[in-house]
Design a binder for this molecule. Structure first.
Ligand code: GLU
Length: 300
């Protein structure tokens, strides 16, 4: 086992494993295994209203049916609030986190648009106006210019203050923000390589900024294209993506390999799962992954 590589798959248990999430699982699994690395699974059940009962188990059973074996214990974000709390406390002690009393509407009214919608104009950076109460906690992004080299998407550069704005760390509904939780968990689990869908590419500079402030190492990143339907929508529960058939996972696995540009031989379609993984691990080449953020699912 090569202990210098540790990858992970971090599904949100909002529904069963579908083709879109399978692609991220397969890419991270192959990148890890082809380099003799470990592959961990983390259940991102951070946001209670989005969690669907039984979905985490269903995802794990589907991974097993696909023949994907994880290393070590599975961690769940719902059991990690102390770690997120400690990180938030450190950011506050650094003077980087501040309470914000602005409503979504107030921000929408006054903000200019960035990469992901309204850029928070920093209204509460110097304190909350009299008579207002803190809703969320935000991080000061002034001066944060972040760049990294993605193994699939190339060089990515963001000026967090103008592209994103002071982003939330702790939400008004008392939920730790995804960006904070992921930065804390990736460091806590010693993740060296993150391979995931390109829908998260624009989040990565925020996570790197948090890693830098918290003194965590920055992993290597590779963002593979996300699978979209003919209308250009990401496959997800909302777009009614079909669950992977755990009784018959081979066609979906083959389709995922095609999607990732891996060109599996024709006879792999009639092989068993073990033979598929033997071929895929031996032949995984990240250079063949299409260098785009989204791609329509092609049938194998
Ligand atoms: N939980 C996220 C998702 O399912 C993935 C987070 C990550 O890989 O960093 O979209």
């Amino acid at each position: 086992m090569n202990s210098t590589y540790r990858g992970r798959f971090a599904p949100s248990p909002t529904g069963p494993l579908h083709f879109g999430s399978l692609v991220a699982a397969v890419a991270s699994y192959l990148d890890a295994r082809s380099r003799g690395g470990e592959w961990l699974v983390r259940i991102e059940d951070l946001d209670p209203p989005r969690v669907v009962r039984g979905a985490a188990d269903e995802i794990l059973r589907a991974l097993e049916a696909c023949g994907m074996q994880w290393d070590g214990a599975i961690i769940c974000q719902s059991a990690r609030f102390d770690a997120y709390h400690a990180a938030l406390h450190r950011l506050r002690a650094l003077g980087k986190v501040y309470p914000c009393a602005c409503s979504r509407r107030e921000i929408g009214d006054s903000a200019v648009s960035g990469i992901e919608g309204p850029v928070y104009p920093g209204t509460c950076r110097n304190g909350i106006a009299d008579g207002k109460v803190a809703r969320a906690q935000r991080i000061d992004t002034r001066g944060a210019s972040i760049a990294f080299d993605d193994a699939v998407q190339g060089r990515i550069q963001q000026n967090l203050e103008t592209d994103i704005g002071d982003f939330v760390q702790y939400r008004a509904d008392h939920v730790f923000a995804y960006q904070l939780a992921v930065a804390v968990d990736d460091a806590g689990q010693g993740i060296t390589d993150i391979v995931r869908g390109a829908d998260l590419l624009d989040s990565t500079p925020r996570q790197i900024y948090l890693q830098q402030l918290l003194g965590f190492p920055t992993p290597r990143y590779a963002h593979v294209p996300v699978a979209v339907n003919a209308a250009g929508e990401k496959l997800s529960k909302q777009t009614r993506a079909a669950a992977i058939d755990a009784q018959r996972p081979l066609p979906a696995l083959l389709a995922a390999l095609h999607f990732l540009g891996q060109n599996p031989p024709r006879d792999l379609g009639t092989a068993n799962i073990a033979a598929l993984w033997d071929w895929a691990i031996a032949n995984w080449n990240i250079e063949h992954v299409p260098r785009c953020r989204a791609m329509e699912r092609r049938e194998a």
